[in-house]
Ligand binder design. Structure first.
Ligand code: GEK
Length: 242
């Protein structure tokens, strides 16, 4: 995989954000320098996978991008024989993730599907991961996807949902936003790049509050929702079917 540094917003303003060839080429660098706690999220996911996945299970990585979540899961469970389906609707991501996962020679059965996650059927997902993906779906379509996931899950099914969130309190929101911006500055993004990306993501990445996520997950059919990790305005929730 040709790893490249993210300089997409060097000159500031741009068109609305899209997961295209340019983004796919720099994606690994972009997400590591933009999402506080991304590395820890992958470790948390590995722990959850080790704890939860058993032989014969079906695991879904929904919005897999370059496959980092799949790799974390597969690496932590090499002693088990199960099926992992990685899905993304960006052709350039799929092209790259196919290569990565094929080269991996994983003992598990891995398949990569290019599709909108709202259009595929789910076959008894014991573990499903939405790693910073739900936030890119039109808000009105989120509940239906979660409902279908919960409905297809076995009783001991689990969803790992990682998202950027916002806060009801204006003071908390201001503080968390400032800390996120400082994280980006720490990773050498300029003010122009930060402003450009922010503009590009407007109406493309639409956040909810943790309370909104919890309420929607419950409405979708998940019985228990647990916050397992937070880094500023990025959270990971575990939703259990029963
Ligand atoms: C990781 N989980 O590295 N159907 C399928 N894929 C979609 C859809 C959709 N409707 N909408 C967006 N995507 C990964 C990171 S990135 C997060 C996930 C980020 C895909 C989109 O093409 C992109 O690859 C991914 O969701 C979101 O752990 O960029 O902040």
């Amino acid at each position: 995989m040709d790893e490249k540094r993210d300089t997409l917003f060097e000159s500031g303003a741009s068109d609305p954000f899209r997961f295209d060839e340019r983004v796919s080429r720099v994606f690994a660098d972009m997400i590591a320098r933009s999402v506080p706690g991304y590395g820890l999220f992958l470790e948390v996911l590995a722990v959850l996978a080790r704890r939860h996945i058993a032989a014969g299970d079906h695991v879904y990585d929904l919005g897999c991008s370059l496959g980092a979540s799949s790799l974390a899961i597969l690496g932590a469970t090499r002693d088990r024989d199960y099926r992992l389906t990685a899905v993304d609707n960006a052709p350039t991501m799929i092209e790259r993730v196919r290569e990565t996962l094929a080269d991996l020679n994983a003992p598990q059965h891995v398949e990569v599907i290019e599709a909108d996650i709202r259009d595929i059927g789910f076959e008894s997902p014991r573990l499903a991961v939405l790693g910073f993906t739900l936030q890119f779906l039109e808000p009105a379509t989120r509940l239906e996807l979660l409902r279908r996931l919960a409905g297809a899950m076995p009783d001991d099914g689990m969803l790992v949902l990682a998202e950027k969130v916002h806060f009801d309190s204006a003071a908390t929101q201001a503080m968390q936003t400032e800390l996120h911006l400082e994280f980006k500055r720490l990773h050498d993004y300029t003010e122009l790049e930060i402003a450009g990306k922010r503009q590009a993501l407007e109406n493309v990445l639409v956040t909810d509050t943790v309370a909104e996520h919890e309420a929607r997950l419950r409405e979708a059919g998940f019985a228990r929702v647990t916050l397992v990790m937070q880094a500023f305005n990025f959270v990971t929730l575990v939703a259990e079917r029963t």
